[in-house]
Design a protein around this ligand. Structure first.
Ligand SMILES: Cc1cc2nc3c(=O)[nH]c(=O)nc-3n(C[C@H](O)[C@H](O)[C@H](O)COP(=O)(O)OP(=O)(O)OC[C@H]3O[C@@H](n4cnc5c(N)ncnc54)[C@H](O)[C@@H]3O)c2cc1C
Length: 466
């Protein structure tokens, strides 16, 4: 970091010259707007987002995080913790804000006997699933290998084992964080119990998480994979899948997608330049039991059938999510039921030639719909299906068509939505009340008011103080 006085955008300060001599000295780093590293440091995983914070802090450890929080308190700046920026598009503004990127705080320790993982704040899911694989212990990781464990879990955490085990947030044992007033605390069911409750689903409004301890699930056998058909089978596949989800056991969690791929040499031939319909997911149980469960889907004669025994690391990749930053916009909603008209309405905006690259329906229900004992703020998700549509921004001129197509998608699905939403899938500023029950939302607001009365934390979906 350079020392001296630099010009930054800090609204409300007498001068917008920041004295960098007063910046905290970190084991990690602080990047200021005049440095060559600035553009890389402020970059989010979703490249459609142009993040313009006052500073970027890259702490190396919890002591660094404390130093940054204390600096923010001294200067009146706010703090936006960020792991990867997968959900950066939901942040309303980074004005007067230090972007605190945990990307250098990495590390996983597996306690095989206790079946737990302790992760540093910036750890990615693939780092956990790879460490857990030799032990046959499954974390409740999501569909993307490079989503951050902490951001995902603070928002709920919908995994391929979700219908069996519920949300990942409810498998957290302990969370270490620096509170907005600069204290390093460990929150568990017994210590700082209100904070522990709020953090498990309430998002990044309550402090900067420095480490998390998670329960891992032992499974002798997990089978996972995908079925793929050409796009012209989509109506039939959607209907059969929807019918099948009505009686599918909790042991299986699946998603059904329509996808359009541009012709790119880096894509496998079965995807490059093609429009397809895909069902993927995971089953906890033996190959024979899994084959019986997916038999009605397999009877549709998929062109590709990749179902096979899956390690925790393999589960991280069945969905083929991009492992490189990409620019895109999205829309989401939740539904209790999808009749044939709803399926047709879902598919219509995701037609070939549409600016939308993908439309997805994830099957919820099972344990995702039941609040377990000792749950946090997101005990369950209130809907049977989670819907998602996304379009890539191939250049500035593609923003308007993608936005129009997303508006069409949202309007088409609105009659079937149940008014609820899932924090992690909401990729633009949303009313956080839609993520929670009324009682949970009221409790979250009261806890925010108690721990962060100055509104120092800038989360992706901030909980307002009551
Ligand atoms: C390709 C893709 C696949 C996905 N698949 C799934 C899935 O299968 N299941 C699912 O549930 N979600 C999924 N998501 C959504 C994902 O869980 C959210 O985007 C989540 O917020 C990502 O966390 P992150 O830390 O990577 O992102 P970030 O944008 O870095 O963080 C999101 C928010 O988390 C909070 N946060 C992060 N780190 C900290 C910290 N150390 N302290 C305090 N607050 C913090 C902040 O409020 C931050 O704004 C997916 C997203 C993408 C883009």
């Amino acid at each position: 970091m350079r020392r001296g006085r630099i010009r930054v955008s800090i609204v409300g300060m007498e001068t917008n010259m920041l004295d960098t001599d007063a910046l905290p000295v970190l084991t990690g780093d602080i990047v200021t707007p005049d440095q060559p590293e600035w553009d890389l440091a402020r970059r989010a995983w979703n490249l459609a987002v142009d993040q313009r914070p006052a500073l970027v802090a890259l702490p190396a450890d919890a002591a660094d995080v404390r130093a940054v929080v204390e600096y923010a308190i001294r200067t009146g700046l706010k703090i936006a913790p960020q792991g990867t920026g997968h959900n950066a598009s939901a942040i309303a503004s980074l004005e007067d804000t230090i972007l605190l990127s945990t990307q250098r705080m990495r590390g996983v320790e597996i306690d095989v006997a206790a079946r737990t993982a302790r992760v540093q704040a910036g750890t990615l899911w693939l780092e956990v699933t790879e460490a857990a694989t030799p032990h046959g212990l499954y974390p409740l990781s999501g569909s993307s290998p490079d989503v951050g464990v902490v951001g995902y879990t603070l928002g709920g955490g919908l995994s391929w084992l979700a219908r069996k085990h519920g949300l990942a947030a409810n498998h957290v044992i302990a969370i270490e964080l620096v509170t907005p007033d600069g204290r390093l605390v460990r929150a568990t069911a017994d210590e700082h119990a209100d904070l522990f409750w709020a953090l498990r689903g309430g998002g990044g409004s309550f402090g900067v998480v420095t480490a998390m301890e998670l329960r891992l699930l032992p499974h002798a056998a997990v089978h996972a994979g995908m079925f793929l058909w050409p796009y012209d089978r989509h109506a039939e596949v959607l209907r059969v899948w929807r019918d099948w989800t009505r009686t599918a056991p909790d042991e299986i969690t699946t998603s059904c997608r329509i996808m359009h791929f541009p012709p790119l040499p880096e894509l496998p031939p079965f995807l490059s330049g093609r429009s397809v319909v895909v069902i993927d997911g995971a089953f906890t149980g033996t190959a024979k039991a899994g084959a019986e469960v997916v038999a009605p889907l397999r009877a549709l004669g998929p062109e590709l059938d990749t179902w096979a025994p899956a390690s925790p690391a393999a589960l991280s990749r069945i969905h083929m999510d991009s492992e490189e930053p990409i620019p895109y916009l999205s829309e989401t909603l939740m539904a209790d039921a999808l009749d044939d008209a709803a399926l047709a309405a879902f598919a219509a905006p995701i037609r070939p030639g549409s600016p939308l690259m993908a439309g997805e329906i994830r099957h919820l229900g099972g344990a995702v719909g039941r609040v377990p004992a000792g749950a946090g703020a997101a005990g369950s998700l209130g809907g049977e299906y989670l819907l998602f549509g996304a379009g890539m921004l191939m250049g500035p001129e593609s923003a308007a068509p993608v936005q129009a197509a997303l508006a069409e998608f949202k309007a088409a699905m609105a009659p079937y939505g149940n008014g609820a939403a899932y924090l992690n899938f909401a990729e633009r500023p949303a009313d956080p009340a839609t993520f929670y029950s009324d009682a949970s939302y009221a409790r979250l607001r009261a806890i925010r008011a108690a721990v962060d009365p100055d509104g120092r934390m800038v989360g992706n979906h901030p909980i307002p103080a009551s």
